[in-house]
Design a protein around this ligand. Structure first.
Ligand SMILES: [Zn+2]
Length: 321
């Protein structure tokens, strides 16, 4: 039996913990409601009890069979000190999470990392960018989450807030973003943005087959427009073409800055696989600054999907070993 790791995905709704092997496979998992708002010590207790119960119920001894717990959380995290500087969902400032977990579970190493960073770590350790020293992940979900690996290390910035690629402006003066800027990448390339585009197109085009795919506009999701495109709907095709134009613009900016070996696309929209990747490749072939070189970036769909949070957190034990 190879080494085993616990990964904890600390979310605003659920805390999920899993035992994961070096290949990034989940052997067992367990979750508990986060029930915010809560003081710090309650969440610390929930995390520690969850890890203990997960091990007890599945016959693993903490500190013997498993000697590493990784925790992935939103917010800016100092991975060296294990202090979560600011976590907007939880409302904590300078949360000494690593220290608190180590007090309650002696004999294990504890690693804390921002969840987008753990996602890219999972991909370079065991996923679609395995072994890459230069890689970027873009998770197309509610927003656009991003993690960047440069020279085999997570790009942190001096205040652990680097790689906020979702808030790179791609359309000056464009759509208002929650971050205070206008025209951010995620306002055009997230699943949320695609759903907004789809709804606007439906209202402007009452004859579109988008209405056949989804008669209730309140139920439009990131797949609706791709389903209507399959039926040959011209409105759907226009929405997708525009979406891909923006997405490609942002990806090529990222490629030009970092020249990664792989860009991994995750999140709900990436379920479209080749339907998403192939048209972006055409933009890359025409616009990537380094397109004439032998060594070119490859676009891939992220390996780790729904359980990426738990797996990424667990593999922090491999990354930091
Ligand atoms: Zn923004």
């Amino acid at each position: 039996m190879g080494k085993l790791y616990i990964g904890v995905d600390l979310g605003g709704t659920n805390i999920v913990a899993g035992v994961v092997n070096e290949a990034g496979e989940i052997l067992c998992k367990k979750s508990v409601k986060t029930d915010l708002p809560q003081p710090e010590y309650v969440i610390e207790g929930k995390i520690c009890n969850l890890c203990k119960e997960l091990c007890a119920e599945n016959g693993y001894k903490l500190g013997e069979d498993i000697t590493s717990i990784g925790i992935g959380t939103p917010g800016n995290v100092n991975s060296e000190t294990g202090v979560v500087g600011f976590n907007v969902n939880f409302g904590y400032i300078d949360w000494h999470l690593k220290e608190k977990v180590m007090e309650q579970i002696p004999g294990v190493e504890v690693y804390i990392e921002n969840d987008a960073n753990s996602a890219v770590i999972a991909e370079v350790i065991a996923g679609c960018a395995k072994g890459c020293e230069h890689a970027v992940i873009l998770t197309l979900g509610t927003g656009v989450g991003a993690g960047v690996i440069v020279d085999g290390k997570v790009l942190d910035g001096y205040n652990q807030s680097a790689a906020e690629i979702g808030h790179m402006v791609i359309s000056a003066g464009g759509r208002q973003c929650n971050c205070g800027r206008k025209g951010c990448f995620e306002r055009y390339s997230s699943a949320t943005a695609l759903i907004q585009d789809t709804k606007e197109a439906m209202l402007a085009n009452p004859d579109s087959k988008l209405w056949n795919v989804c008669p209730d506009i309140g139920r439009v999701n990131a797949k609706t427009v791709f389903d209507a495109n399959e039926l040959g709907d011209e409105t759907a095709k226009q929405v997708i073409d525009k979406y891909i134009e923006y997405l490609a613009c942002g990806i090529i900016n990222v490629v030009n800055i970092f020249q990664p070996e792989v860009v991994c696309l995750g999140g709900g929209v990436s379920n479209q696989k080749e339907g998403l990747i192939n048209p972006i490749k055409e933009y890359l072939d025409n616009e990537d600054y380094a397109r004439h070189l032998m060594k070119r970036v490859t676009l891939k769909i992220a390996t780790f999907r729904n359980d990426a949070g738990v797996i990424g957190a667990a593999l922090l034990g491999v990354y930091n070993a």
